[in-house]
Design a protein around this ligand. Sequence first.
Ligand code: SF4
Length: 464
Amino acid sequence: LICIKAAGASGWQDGVMKHDALSLALRDARVPRYTSYPPANRFTDKVGAPQAASWIARADVSAPLSLYLHVPFCRRLCWFCACRTQGTRTDAPIDRYLAHLRDEIALVADLLPPGARIGRLHLGGGTPTILSPDRIAALASWLRAAFTFAPDAEVSVEIDPCDCDAERLDALVALGLTRVSIGVQDFDVKVQEAIGRRQDVAATRAVVQDARERGVDSVNFDLVYGLPWQDAQSLSATLDTVLDLRPDRLALFGYAHVPWMARRQRVIPEAALPGPEARLALAALARERLLAAGYVAVGIDHFARPEDALAQAAAAGTLRRNFQGYTADDAETLIGLGPSAISSFRQGIAQNASATGDWQDRIAEGGLATARGHVLSPMDRLAGTIIERLMCDGAVDLAAVAAGQGADPGELARRAERALADLPGVGALEGAVLRANGTAGVRLLAACFDPGYEPGATQYSQAS
Ligand code: SF4
């Protein structure tokens, strides 16, 4: 789930830097999380459906493309979550959404050049498993009819264990399921009650077991630290259970309390939230337990078994970061389907209308539902490359980036020196390699190379 509940875990994977003091000192700095560049709050309505259609029609199909499909519904609305979703007890809105999704799938498939193949499909939300097995089967038939899937295509799905059963998993396996991503957050009952999300261990264990029995060999967990009432003891107990379930990869997000943006969070008791020092201690505890259990750190907030594709991409320096977070996916073109879904092209970024009704209206008019986006300039590409390498590797070779982008290496080095002088302790320049110090260092240095960054803007989450 890519939403503002995440603020980033503490620490960088080399384990060399002492970053806690820096993280505390910089805890009030607010910077983007850079799951994309530029961040979505900078998209404008200068990009619309005609522009997105031309980008789809000119997609490079010599390599597989990726699809993201957003399901904007949940049976329950967890208070901590700021994802783009809406609660529904009935299936009528879901069927309306599916009817329009079918049209959007056909529209996009018609626009793609001949020879396009899909290498990855991710179903996110919201709760994709809110779809009944027959609805999943219908969706699979539309996708398979419209697109050619590569034989080794990856299909991943975000799963709510409280809203998933064996029949749904069977339908997803028939679609080609290769990875399940399960929101765990925390197994402590008091924490779960405070965030409005009850999820017992048995339901989570059952989904993991059922998926593995069906040949799904990749399981991802999302954990969250910094939640109300969470302490070292409760988090340790959660980690005991998590490690017993042996996920292949984990995301460790820091809860970002932003009730002015996510109204549901107003129900969360602020007095029960851990303070900054306690947050860092919780992040460090989780990190130490995961590393001790044999996971390797990936980027600023992920962990994976050494044999996992994400860990291998990190080790090889080929890790990428897109709207879904860290990925080994190197596809140039990512097409988003459904309300609020974001597409990424060589030329720019396009985002669908966010409200489900608006998205449906646009699709019903016969065009794409693009409402906003951004045309990438050479400066955007330069900033985006530097920021992505910092977020993925904790370091960036400024000379190599300059050579690849036709930029002035001296200017990049001077900008790095200015950033290091303004923010002592944030990192170091070793020859042409700018190395960040911990998660806070990564995000702050990334912001220094972002020409559109506005210090102090409240829409961003804390750097640490
Ligand atoms: S079920 Fe998932 S997407 Fe829906 S509100 Fe809860 S955490 Fe957010």
